[in-house]
Design a protein around this ligand. Structure first.
Ligand code: GLU
Length: 615
């Protein structure tokens, strides 16, 4: 196979469109570099992640097809499931060296910043849900927040006279300097390790520095997203400086950027990580890195001031809690809508009748119908009521079991609901990442964190090897929405790192997913699969998934039989297939389940480059 063939290949079933940009690459202008030439040292070496102990490989190097097998791992002591095998290994190594689950989680987060850079990293933010062996529950909010100078006039919006929908002129909430929120990941990890870790933060950063300096083989999901990002790589030279091959190599290979299977060293990001390693959170929020982030953001229209970074703080919050079939469900509070909506959905399904659902059977016509109706009801409430600063009383009312009974009474088995409100967050994302670390003593850390869209705002602080988020796109462009820009410090999120406990308080499950607003229903389905249907962790993660929301358009993975879909259409559902049997838009779930025999079962989603390890 020629090298050009490799560059043009679509690496993931169901993502054929992603390859298209490369087919035209030779016609595109040569990338203009930022002041510096790429600092990533070029070495033409190709390979795939290979587990030294088992020989398991992430994908086929020749075809780029992801390996659907062997993602889960069970162990007596601990399990880590994360967005790349490199990051999961980094977490496992910290545990083996005596670090606790929080130290390991921080190591995973920094390693993700290097090895899953399209999805998350130090330029973004997120949430951590924790349970300690003594039963203490904590939640850390490190969501990106709006800069102080951002108000309702930040982006001009237009309203479509026909649909009534609002949109931001030129998509300025999605890319460039005005899309960026103050990153929270470094503050979040520094806070977590200082308060709950057992090792210095520097130790959690080291595996990521090693990955930057020794290099790692780019996985298929990152490779495909680099292909898709080509136009923006051309438009943002600081972004280009991270991922373009040196000129000589580009000429030799007939392509401009690194792709799946290439050994990639991010010496730029090593520089940023060393500042964090040496100076802790100040190494990121002050000094040269602060300057570089402000300079880069404001070059592309941003309005950042030093105090936006200096005053950023991660904070400890009360997670939301509910119950389902006697188990306790603990998940994200505001600024995420995720936990509230998951608990509301579980309440509605419980009120509808879990025995009936079980009798209908997993992914049967009736089961999918009821789930879809519940999703429409809950997402309507979400778009109507939820913002980062919605008052507590309203959030509690949404999670009230009596209210759930009323909503469940609206579900009819012979017709479809037309929800009142339309959900402004109707589209799934394929970005973000979620991971879980758990040990035999019952210490659990579940983290979902993001830079929002793939490669975030496309703005990179020059010479530091990472992308800044475009989290501001999570505000609603409708000025009348509770989640309108300027009304709250944080844009509303859906990220839902969730922990489920048994009736006696012992741990049962940790689970999270990326997927924009679809996170909520991906996590919901894993809870139903494990709690209601008794599936094992990996089995649950691999089930075909569905999604619906207030726009009443039922999406489904095509492994669900066509006759099931036909029957749903006959009931009145508008349906749209996902692009394949395994579609990463339906979520990409990582979790750990405590099996009845006490072992830890790590589950990782084959829809992306995820992997679990255990010992
Ligand atoms: N920005 C989204 C949120 O906070 C996550 C994006 C995604 O998962 O794709 O909910």
């Amino acid at each position: 196979m020629s090298k050009k063939d490799i560059s043009r290949r679509s690496f993931l079933k169901g993502t054929a469109a992603a390859g298209a940009s490369l087919a035209a690459a030779s016609l595109l202008p040569r990338i203009t570099m930022a002041e510096d030439e790429p600092t990533s040292e070029f070495k033409w070496e190709r390979g795939v992640f290979t587990d030294e102990e088992t020989g398991w490989q992430l994908c086929d190097l020749e075809t780029g097809e992801l390996n659907l097998e062997g993602r889960g791992a069970n162990g007596a002591n601990a399990a880590v499931a994360a967005g790349t095998p490199w990051a999961a290994k980094a977490g496992l190594d910290v545990l083996k060296k005596g670090g606790n689950a929080v130290d390991a989680a921080a190591a995973v987060a920094f390693a993700i910043s290097v090895t899953e850079p399209q999805a998350s990293g130090i330029g973004g933010g997120g949430f951590m849900t924790m349970r300690a062996a003594d039963g203490t529950i904590n939640f850390i909010n490190f969501r990106e927040c709006a800069p102080e100078l951002c108000d309702q006039s930040f982006w001009p919006v237009v309203q479509d006279p026909e649909t009534g929908r609002y949109s931001v002129v030129g998509g300025a909430n999605g890319k460039g300097g005005r899309a960026i929120g103050v990153p929270g990941t470094v503050a979040g990890m520094a806070y977590a390790v200082e308060k709950f870790g057992s090792l210095p933060l520097a130790d959690a950063v080291q595996p990521a520095i090693d990955l930057c300096e020794n290099g790692f083989y780019i996985g298929p999901t990152t490779g495909v997203s680099l292909e898709s990002a080509y136009t923006n790589i051309v438009a943002y030279p600081e972004f280009a400086s991270i991922y373009t091959l040196p000129e000589e190599a580009a000429d030799e290979l007939g392509r401009f950027t690194y792709f799946t299977g290439d050994l990639f060293k991010n010496t730029q990001q090593a520089k940023a990580l060393k500042l964090i390693q040496e100076q802790g959170r100040d190494g990121f929020y002050k000094g040269e890195l602060q300057d570089a982030m402000i300079k880069a953001s404001n070059k592309y229209g941003g309005v950042f001031q030093p105090k936006d970074f200096e005053e950023y703080e991660a904070d400890l919050r009360e997670p939301v809690q509910g119950t389902f079939m006697g188990k306790t469900v603990i998940s994200s509070p505001l600024p995420s809508s995720g936990g509230t909506c998951i608990i509301q959905l579980l309440n509605v399904l419980e009120a509808f009748g879990v025995d009936k659902l079980k009798e209908y059977g997993h992914n049967s016509v009736e089961y999918i119908h009821v789930l879809s109706e519940a999703m429409k009801l809950v997402y309507s409430d979400r778009s109507k009521y939820l913002a980062a600063n919605t008052e507590d009383a309203l959030v509690k009312a949404l999670m009230d079991k009596e209210y759930a009974k009323y909503l469940a009474s609206l579900i009819k088995m012979d017709s479809c609901l037309t929800p009142e409100a339309h959900d402004p967050f109707q589209y799934e994302h394929q970005d973000t990442t979620s991971f879980a670390v758990a040990d035999k003593d019952g210490n659990i850390v579940c983290v979902t964190f993001t830079i929002n869209g793939y490669f975030g705002s496309y703005v990179a602080p020059d010479g530091y090897g990472f992308l800044l988020n475009n989290e501001m796109a999570d505000y609603d462009s409708n000025p009348n929405s509770p989640n309108a820009i300027g009304k709250a410090k944080y844009p509303l999120s859906s990220m839902s790192p969730t922990i489920v406990l048994n009736e006696d308080g012992s741990p049962f499950l940790a689970i999270g997913s990326p997927g924009g607003a679809t996170i909520i229903v991906a996590v919901l389905q894993i809870i139903l699969d494990t709690v209601l249907f008794g599936m094992d962790m990996q089995e649950a993660v691999e089930q075909p998934r569905i999604a619906d929301n207030a726009s009443a358009n039922l999406r489904y993975e095509t492994r669900i039989p066509q006759e099931t879909i036909d029957a749903l259409v006959a009931l009145g559902h508008k349906v749209t297939p996902y692009s394949g049997d395994w579609d990463r838009s339906s979520g990409s779930c990582q979790g750990v389940l405590y099996a009845a025999d006490g072992t830890l079962h790590g589950g990782a989603d084959p829809r992306r480059d995820n992997k679990a390890f255990a010992f």
